[in-house]
Design a protein around this ligand. Structure first.
Ligand SMILES: C[S@@+](CC[C@H](N)C(=O)[O-])C[C@H]1O[C@@H](n2cnc3c(N)ncnc32)[C@H](O)[C@@H]1O
Length: 135
């Protein structure tokens, strides 16, 4: 929570509130969200309840942006559980942050920082989940 508040402050974001959310018991909300962003949250099977949480909190037609490494098949397993009747799913293998990530890795290497980069564990793919609008 402190990290989130630091990030909000560092980016000068106005009108942003932060709350703790337990994915396994999402609250009833008066107004659902157009967009949900999550990072590195599906590598354990016990975390996969996050999809039900997203379903409860997103508006129909809303979009979830999820960043996650493949991490020993965990991303694939998570995606196999996503109900395609409710979600359109797009896996972006080479997301826009790849170039920035490579640049910062090169800069770190030039400074002699240890390189412990394992693409399977550390390179986040982008998953775009679009909540289908019911007719
Ligand atoms: C690897 S961390 C990712 C943190 C952050 N999103 C990032 O990218 O730096 C995964 C996070 O999921 C949280 N988590 C696991 N189960 C959860 C649940 N049921 N509800 C809320 N958060 C949960 C863990 O506490 C942990 O902070």
């Amino acid at each position: 929570m402190e990290n989130v508040q630091r990030i909000v402050a560092a980016n000068g974001l106005q009108n942003v509130k932060s709350y703790v959310l337990d994915w396994s018991s999402p609250p009833e909300v008066a107004q659902k969200f157009d967009t949900i962003i999550a990072s590195d949250c599906v590598y354990f099977e016990r975390y996969h309840c996050i999809i039900d949480c997203m379903e409860k909190l997103i508006v129909e037609g809303g979009t979830v942006y999820l960043a996650a490494p493949k991490r020993k098949g965990s991303l694939e397993l998570f995606l196999s559980k996503v109900n395609r009747d409710k979600w359109n799913v797009l896996l972006v293998e080479n997301p826009m942050w790849n170039a920035a990530l490579q640049k910062s890795r090169s800069a770190a290497a030039e400074k002699g920082a240890p390189q412990e980069f394992d693409e399977d564990l550390h390179f986040p793919r982008l998953v775009i989940l679009n909540r289908i609008i019911w007719q």
